[in-house]
Design a protein around this ligand. Structure first.
Ligand code: ATP
Length: 222
């Protein structure tokens, strides 16, 4: 991107049927890698092989039709909110504020309303991706904004859809507990370069990854 090389010399292999993680600090190039894989950006060099065939230079809708679906970090959904409101009703069951609080526009109630909307949109976006009947699903930060109980539920959900729909899943996620809990294999990016790959244990104990990303309290997440 102009002066910035967002992703450089990245080579990844995602085994069919796996749940694989892509992690790294902010700005490491994770979303850019997703955009390259799913056809939103055309890489200057290299290739993207999907089911053994190159999809480099294919437009996103063609890649989607070939069986690859994704969600976005900054949720992009259709304007009509009927489906969204339905999902939001589900979230309302656990809301803490009383029904009359938003009427008086109490800040805590408004905040909770926004959180509910965010979560509902995330679920709806996964539903939309699944509706394309994909073989390969890319999830960009599915646990963003979730509390520990919700992220535990999400891990179960990710495993469930993998099994139910016979999917291969690649996910970008900052929640270390989710990544370590659900992924069989993890790739780590820093400054657009791959700095490590391995199973959760190998990644958790990798000094380079601890220094670049996980920090010293990683054992707390084990
Ligand atoms: P985060 O965890 O914060 O979402 P990320 O690992 O997904 O970060 P990217 O969004 O891929 O990182 O960004 C990698 C680098 O490329 C950053 O320096 C970012 O500012 C830059 N970048 C990303 N998209 C563009 C763009 N369209 N134009 C210019 N620079 C960009």
């Amino acid at each position: 991107f102009g002066g910035i090389t967002a992703v450089n010399d990245l080579s990844m292999r995602i085994p069919t049927g796996s749940i694989t993680g892509l992690i790294g600090p902010n700005g490491a190039g994770k979303t850019t890698a997703f955009n390259v894989i799913s056809g939103f950006y055309n890489p200057q060099e290299g290739d993207i092989l999907f089911k053994g065939h190159s999809v480099k230079g294919f437009p996103p809708h063609r890649i989607c039709r070939a069986g690859m679906a994704r969600t976005f970090q900054n949720i992009r959904l259709f304007g009509s909110e009927t489906a969204l409101e339905n999902v939001m009703v589900g979230c309302q069951v656990r809301r803490k504020s009383q029904w009359w609080m938003p009427v008086f526009s109490l800040p805590s109630a408004r905040r909770e309303e926004e959180e509910i909307r965010e979560k509902a949109q995330r679920r709806l976006e996964i539903a939309r991706a699944l509706a394309t009947n994909p073989d390969f699903l890319l999830l960009d930060e599915p646990a963003a904004g979730m509390n520990p109980q919700e992220s535990t539920e999400l891990m179960r959900f990710i495993r469930h859809i993998r099994d139910e729909f016979d999917l291969t899943i690649l996910l970008i996620e900052h929640d270390v507990k989710v990544v370590m809990g659900v992924c069989q294999y993890i790739w780590v990016l820093e400054y657009g370069q791959l700095i490590a790959e391995g199973d959760p244990d190998a990644i958790r104990n990798n000094p380079r990854v601890i220094e670049a990303y996980l920090g010293e309290d990683v054992s707390n997440h084990a």
